[in-house]
Design a protein around this ligand. Structure first.
Ligand code: ATP
Length: 241
C-alpha cells in the first residue's frame, strides 16, 4: 500500500467577503514530491496557499496535513507543525538584518546547535546571504530577498514548503538558479513542496505532478511529463503556436 499524502486538500471553498475565489478545489501532495499549481492571474493560486497555511479559513472543505485536520487551526500552530509558507512578494522584514530575518524563521525553536547547522545549510544554498548577514534585508535585490524568504522558511525545518511565485520579478538566470535550489531542497532534505507559478515552463520542469487552475477550479491534473506533452498546455501555458 502506498503512503498517505502529506497534504490532502478536499473540496475547499474560500471567499474574500462575498467573492468566492476558489470553488471546490481538491489536491494532494505526496510525501517527498514537488507539486505545482498553474493558472493565469486571478485564477486563485495564492488563495489556495493562504487557505492551506491558515491565513484564510475555508468556508467549506478540509485540509489534512500529516494526518491531522488543520483547516480550523491558526497560522502559528500550523507553522509549529512544520508547514511553512513563502508568500508572493517575499515579505521579508526590511529593517531587520539578514541574520535577524533568518532567526525569525527559527523563532519557535530552542535548539541553538540545530539552528546554527541550519544557518550553514542555507548559506550552502544561497552563499550570497552569508556575505550580507548584517545588512538590512530591505537593501537587497529582489532576487536576494526571494532567497532570504525561502531560507527563512527553511529555518523552521519544514516538512512541507508552500512557495508562491518564487520566480516573480527575477532575471532569467536567477529564475533558473532558484528552481535548481528548489529541486535540491526537495532532493537533499526530503521537503515536500507545493509550488504556485506563472512560469509554467520552469514549474513543469521542476515538479513531479501538476494541477491546472482556471477561475477557482481544477481543470486538469497529471504528471508534469504528461502535462508538458498536452496540446492545450502547450498552447495556453507554454506559448506554443
Ligand atoms: P496572481 O497570479 O495574480 O497572484 P492568483 O491565481 O494567485 O493570481 P488569487 O490572488 O488567489 O489569484 O485571487 C483569486 C481571486 O480572488 C481573484 O479574482 C482576485 O481578484 C480575488 N482576490 C484576491 N485577493 C483578494 C482580496 N484580498 N480581496 C478581494 N478579492 C481578492
Amino acid at each position: 500500500m502506498s503512503e498517505a499524502p502529506i497534504l490532502k486538500v478536499s473540496n475547499i471553498e474560500s471567499y474574500y467577503g462575498p467573492i468566492r475565489a476558489i470553488r471546490g478545489v481538491s489536491l494532494e501532495l505526496e510525501r517527498g514530491s514537488i507539486v505545482t499549481v498553474l493558472g493565469a492571474n486571478g485564477a486563485g493560486k495564492t488563495t489556495i496557499l493562504k487557505t492551506i497555511s491558515g491565513v484564510l479559513d475555508p468556508q467549506k472543505g478540509s485540509v489534512e496535513y500529516d494526518g491531522k485536520q488543520i483547516q480550523k487551526m491558526d497560522v502559528d500552530r500550523i507553522v509549529r507543525m512544520g508547514l511553512s509558507h513563502v508568500p508572493e512578494g517575499r515579505e521579508v522584514f526590511p529593517f531587520l538584518t539578514v541574520r535577524e530575518n533568518l532567526m525569525m524563521g527559527a523563532y519557535l525553536r530552542r535548539d541553538a546547535d540545530g539552528i546554527a547547522k541550519d544557518m550553514e545549510r542555507v548559506y550552502g544554498y544561497f552563499p550570497r546571504l552569508k556575505d550580507r548577514l548584517d545588512q538590512p534585508a530591505g537593501l537587497m535585490s529582489g532576487g536576494e530577498q526571494q532567497m532570504l524568504a525561502i531560507s527563512r522558511a527553511l529555518m523552521n525545518r519544514p516538512k512541507v514548503l508552500l512557495l508562491d511565485e518564487p520566480s516573480l520579478g527575477l532575471s532569467p538566470l536567477l529564475v533558473k538558479d532558484i528552481f535548481t535550489i528548489i529541486r535540491r531542497i526537495n532532493d537533499e532534505q526530503g521537503v515536500s513542496i507545493l509550488l504556485v507559478e506563472q512560469n509554467a515552463r520552469m514549474a513543469l520542469e521542476t515538479a513531479h505532478y501538476g494541477y491546472v487552475l482556471e477561475v477557482g477550479r481544477i481543470v486538469m491534473a497529471d504528471t508534469c511529463e504528461r502535462l508538458r506533452a498536452s496540446k492545450d498546455i502547450q498552447e495556453f501555458y507554454l506559448g506554443a503556436k
